[in-house]
Design a protein around this ligand. Structure first.
Ligand code: URA
Length: 432
């Protein structure tokens, strides 16, 4: 078989056979296919797409290129959640604790943030001592005993994806639906979960800015998951403005704990309950979404979700005092208010610019090797559709330097005040 023929087939809009895809993935992993040929095929896939069969086959081959976790030792139906990423999106943190408190094992393998989006692992590392790198056996034992663990990838998960992703990043082929879907699902299937609920974000701060692209991605993800034998559903939720009120690593842990104490912002809690209800039904603790939601609400009311979160933090080496004292996490030296330039209604609050503002303060990474400042970020006092008076605080910047003009420039681009706001729906649809 020749890589040139494989590239030609896809360049001409043809369908690749399982054998051709196998040859490609093997050659990527063992280095026998040069990067220029892999890049050419990626561009051909970007331009001509893939059929459902090709997409699923590529996913399974990338999944099999690395380790596959066997979670059979953990009793019960294991349910995980994945998000395509956003700003202020700390949903995984309260959600994992609440679903675990209902009695469903949650083996969550999460990622780090890049660019304007935050990463669950980075947020957890704001808690002194928290270890995101557990061995496979530590991870399995913790899910079996505590009911949940949130960790980085254990072992060599989908090495083919790692190599392909690095090339996509430098060949402008990241935003291809079959390539994104196979990349995400190869790692999720390798994690050994029985069921998966995916939060596909849409809007200014999301990977997919247009609803129809988010729908197409959600459908591809769900189809691959189901063909791989997982129970799998996706919701499409809004990422035009940030989710919740706090953006930044330690700030998002604070908001997580506030949620678990019953004081979470309404928009964030709505996304948590929507995703969580599907997870609870998948985990067979309720037969319908309304009952599932009641069970989740109960975990907040009786403190069991908060206790689960604390148990996970302590089991992973973190300082459990964080539950009652947020000051055990790094604190920013300066709090700088950003006032409204005039009276009116917030008509625009672009999530990507706010994520970038948090990033330039040190809360996110422009490149993978950047060090984070866990203490910095942004707290929103107003959201889309809220009224403001001239001079009233729209948000507060948490920084470790007095001059935050770079962040303010981004905030000026993000926020607009006018007369009438179009507030987008929080949850657009469920893809089954
Ligand atoms: N996340 C992934 O893991 N892969 C992609 O291609 C995009 C987002």
């Amino acid at each position: 078989m020749r890589m040139l023929d494989i590239i030609h087939t896809k360049r001409e809009g043809g369908q690749l056979s399982p054998e051709q895809l196998q040859f490609f993935v093997d050659g990527v992993v063992d280095g026998s296919i040069p990067e220029y040929q892999t890049s050419a095929l990626l561009m051909a896939i970007f331009n001509n797409g893939m059929t459902d069969e090709e997409q699923t086959e590529l996913t399974m081959l990338m999944m099999k290129s690395g380790t596959h976790l066997d979670l059979a030792k953990i009793p019960g139906i294991k349910v995980d959640k994945h998000s395509t990423g956003g700003v202020g999106d700390k949903v995984s943190l309260p959600l994992a604790a609440m679903v675990a408190a209902v009695g469903i094992p949650v083996p969550m393998i999460s990622g780090r943030g890049l660019g304007h989006t935050g990463g669950t692992l980075d947020k957890l590392e704001a808690i002194p001592g928290y270890r995101v790198e557990l061995s496979e056996s530590e991870f399995i034992n913790q899910v079996a005993t505590e009911g949940l663990a949130i960790v980085g990838a254990t072992g060599e998960v989908a090495p083919a994806d790692k190599k392909i992703y690095a090339l996509r990043d430098v060949t402008d082929t990241v935003d291809s639906i079959p390539l994104i879907a196979s990349s995400i699902m190869s790692k999720k299937i390798a994690s050994g979960t029985d069921a998966l609920v995916i939060d596909v974000k849409t809007g200014a701060g999301a990977f997919m800015k247009r609803l129809e692209d988010s729908e197409a991605l959600a459908k591809a993800l769900v189809k691959i998951g189901q063909q791989a034998g997982l129970q799998c559903e996706a919701i499409i939720s809004d990422m035009n403005q940030p989710l919740g009120r706090k953006i930044g690593n330690a700030l998002e842990i604070e908001e997580t704990i506030d949620c678990l104490k019953g004081h979470g912002p309404a928009d964030l809690m709505e996304v948590v309950y929507t995703l969580g209800s599907h997870m609870v039904v998948f985990g067979r603790k309720a037969s319908d979404l309304a009952t599932a939601r009641q069970l989740l609400e109960q975990t907040i009311a009786d403190g069991s979700a908060l206790a689960k979160f604390k148990a996970m933090v302590v089991a992973q080496g973190g300082d459990g005092r964080v539950i009652d004292d947020y000051k055990v996490m790094p604190q920013a030296k300066y709090q700088i208010d950003y006032p409204a330039s005039k009276a009116g209604v917030i008509t625009q609050m672009l999530a990507d610019e706010i994520g970038m503002a948090s990033m330039v303060l040190g809360g996110g990474r422009a490149k993978a090797s950047d060090q984070l400042d866990y203490s910095v970020g942004i707290e929103l006092n107003k959201k889309l559709g809220d009224s403001v008076q001239a001079g009233e605080t729209i948000l507060t910047i948490y920084a470790n330097r007095e001059d935050v003009s770079d962040a303010i420039k981004l905030l000026d681009q993000s926020i607009q005040i006018g007369e009438h706001a179009e507030v987008p729906p929080l949850v657009y649809e469920v893809i089954k």
